[in-house]
Design a protein around this ligand. Structure first.
Ligand SMILES: *Cc1c(COP(=O)(O)O)cnc(C)c1O
Length: 392
């Protein structure tokens, strides 16, 4: 099983069949499990065996299948599935930090991640320093002997800045700080974050893993020691576990993950190339283009530079809105990684909460549109974008 390739793992890893030998993974829609005797209950509470479960907040056979399958894909020793991507980010950070600890994080973060670092952790006495994630000198200056964790998104939302995992990990290792990576934009198919030096990898499974816009979910991956001794006690007692039905959706999502993200990334590359010199655009942001500032780094670190690109449309907010409203195939929404192509105007939606200065600092201009490519025909999608630009 260890040497299975990605697509085989995504279909077969982690399977647990009941006595009925079902083909599709069973949905164990149960909160609890019965014990054959009082003695058996006592023994299981003392130490549960591999096929023994106690309560769905602690673990469940369907959830376990999802955890084992994604761990096999990622090459992680273990995984803990969560109710959402944010439960995963919060669980990974909060389970390991205490008052007096120091965290260094990249500034360009998903809004809710920023909230956890800026508003939640600081309330409990954790000190947080923000840096420009692409500037190694800033990481070096900020990491000190009290630093217990560094946190960043491999590729940031929506400006797709790429953080150098091996280089940041090397700096973190000098002070024994854990490297926690939110790897959503990189995807588990294109990234080898653990091999490159990350200690803990976190996903919002809501995005590419489900990939069909159905359910919220998340997962934390790391060593058996970290997952079982640090993450599991925190999550099983605070209630952020994944439901069995969600785990089943995510298992089915994993089966087709590789096929979907490869098609999406191919379309992203084709669209970026088709639009890169378009005079109606200020810039096309995609790490697969040579003019992207981290193009070379992305080429070393990621098999493909993701399924999302951003377009900065000349004419600011008005032009961006005209563009969005003229699209015929792509839909306006704020998910990403979906089978359906989705466009977002970050300045007025996902990043509305930030001040104008903060948005400017992050490169989120009024004309910026984030495009998450789906699995539709790529010629149709490129034609859709071109006709919408004509309408601007
Ligand atoms: C969506 C997202 C999250 C949060 O995930 P949810 O499943 O919505 O809770 C965290 N980080 C990144 C980079 C995301 O895109």
């Amino acid at each position: 099983m260890e040497d299975w390739k990605t697509r085989t793992k995504l279909v077969h890893s982690g399977i647990r069949r009941s006595q009925y030998g079902e083909v599709a993974e069973g949905i164990f829609m149960t909160q609890g499990f019965v014990y054959d005797s009082a003695e058996a209950a006592e023994a299981r509470f003392l130490e549960a065996g591999p096929d023994e479960f106690i309560y769905a907040r602690y673990g469940n056979p369907t959830v376990k299948m999802f955890e084992d399958r994604i761990a096999a894909l990622e090459g992680a020793e273990d995984a803990f599935a969560t109710a959402s991507g944010m439960a995963a980010v919060n669980g990974a950070l909060t389970s390991m930090l205490k008052a007096g600890d120091h965290v260094v994080a990249a500034r360009a973060l998903f809004g809710s991640c920023l909230y956890i670092l800026e508003d939640v952790l600081t309330r409990f006495g954790v000190e947080v320093t923000f840096v420009d994630g692409t500037d190694l000198a800033q990481w070096k200056r900020a990491i000190n002997k009290d630093t217990k964790a560094v946190f960043f998104e491999t590729m940031s939302n929506p400006t797709l800045e790429v953080v150098d995992i091996p280089a940041v990990a090397k700096l973190a290792r000098r002070v024994d700080a854990k490297v926690i990576v939110d790897n959503v934009f990189a995807t588990p198919v294109f990234s080898r974050a653990l091999e490159q030096g990350a200690d803990v990898v976190v996903y919002s499974a809501t995005k590419h893993i489900d990939g069909q816009g159905r359910a919220l979910g998340g997962v934390i991956l790391g060593t058996k020691e970290f997952i079982r001794k640090t993450v599991e006690p925190y999550l099983k007692h605070t209630g952020g576990s994944m439901s069995p039905f969600t785990a089943w959706i995510m298992l089915k999502g994993l089966e087709t993950l590789d096929l979907r993200v490869r098609a999406q990334a191919a379309t992203a590359q084709a669209m970026a190339e088709a639009l890169q010199w378009d005079s109606r655009l200020e810039r096309v942001i995609y790490p697969g283009l040579e003019q992207h500032p981290q193009h070379v780094l992305a080429g070393h670190m990621l098999e493909k530079p993701g399924t999302v690109l951003s377009l900065d449309i000349k004419g600011g907010k008005d032009a961006a809105f005209r563009f969005l409203n003229a699209l015929k195939i792509m839909t306006i929404s704020n998910n990403l990684g979906d089978a359906k192509s989705i466009v977002t105007h970050p300045a007025t939606t996902t990043h509305q909460r930030l001040s104008e200065e903060q948005r400017a600092e992050l490169g989120i201009s009024p004309g910026l549109v984030r495009v998450s490519l789906g699995i539709e025909d790529s010629d149709d999608l490129i034609a859709d974008v071109k006709q919408a630009l004509d309408a601007v």
